[in-house]
Ligand binder design. Structure first.
Ligand code: PEP
Length: 257
């Protein structure tokens, strides 16, 4: 797998105006980023239409932070695949640990959303991750295998080629997160790759596996060199374009000289 996916979920941090200014900056930065690096940003819903106007003339993929599985219906406050498809969204982030924790989203819900996104030709970016109790009870791998199996239930080999997985240990995410040890990430990514290869005959080895959780300017190179890490999903350290620029420039140099 040659491509490296690097992107950021803005969560609930930027207004439309702030998002536009960020995207203008990132478009300039992207001009010097090798085409082997696939860049993506995941703004809030309110900014998607305006930001799409900027990203459509760039190589930056645009994602949404969540989605309902139904095309339309009595689901107040929800956004459907039809609506996101109309904007021209490429990536649908699903199952972030904050959605699981605060909105009780579960793997069955995520599975329905994955299938809906694929029906519309949008790429699901499925977040999985164990919490600290799973880790301390030594059941991280079982937890992750179960998340993968349910989230990817019913997908054909062909459909599996269009998904991406972000492994984000819950204990490593956000302000209180503790960056994971690179050796631990390597062990888990090897396990995830094997699990995907067992689930899908031909596509398991081509599904991009991203790593996320307190990735920053100091530690990103430790993760990117891991064999089964095919990209980075970055929060806080990519919300500021100076910090994101530094990561991209150093990554470019590290990978391509
Ligand atoms: C996240 O919340 O998915 C995330 C990776 O955030 P951070 O990089 O800020 O830990």
């Amino acid at each position: 797998m040659n491509k490296i996916w690097i992107g950021t979920n803005w969560k609930m941090t930027k207004t439309i105006e702030e998002g536009l200014s960020y995207t203008e900056d990132l478009k300039k930065i992207a001009e010097n980023v090798s085409s082997a690096i696939e860049l993506f940003i995941i703004p809030s819903y309110t900014a998607l239409v305006s930001i799409k106007e900027l990203t459509s003339s760039s190589r930056i993929h645009l994602g949404a932070q969540n989605m309902h599985w139904e095309d339309s219906g009595p689901y107040t406050g929800e956004i459907s695949p039809r609506m996101l498809d109309e904007i021209g969204i490429d990536i649908i982030e699903l199952g972030h640990s904050e959605r699981r924790q605060y909105y009780n989203e579960n793997d069955e819900d995520i599975n329905k959303k994955v299938l809906a996104a694929l029906r519309y030709g949008m790429k699901p970016l499925i977040c999985i991750g164990e919490n600290i109790e799973h880790k301390s009870n030594n059941i991280s791998k079982e937890t992750l295998a179960s998340q993968l199996k349910v989230c990817l239930k019913g997908l054909t080999d062909e459909q599996a080629r269009n998904v991406m997985i972000a492994y984000e240990p819950v204990w490593a995410i956000g302000e209180k997160g503790v960056p994971a040890d690179a050796g631990y990430v390597a062990e888990i990514h090897t396990y995830l790759r094997k699990t995907l290869e067992n689930l899908f005959d031909h596509s398991g080895s081509s599904i991009p596996l991203l790593y996320g959780g307190s990735v920053n300017r100091e530690n990103f190179l430790n993760y990117i060199d891991i064999t089964d890490v095919n990209g980075l999903f970055i929060g806080r350290s990519a919300w500021d374009t100076d910090s994101f620029r530094e990561i991209l420039e150093r990554l470019e140099k590290h990978l391509y000289g």
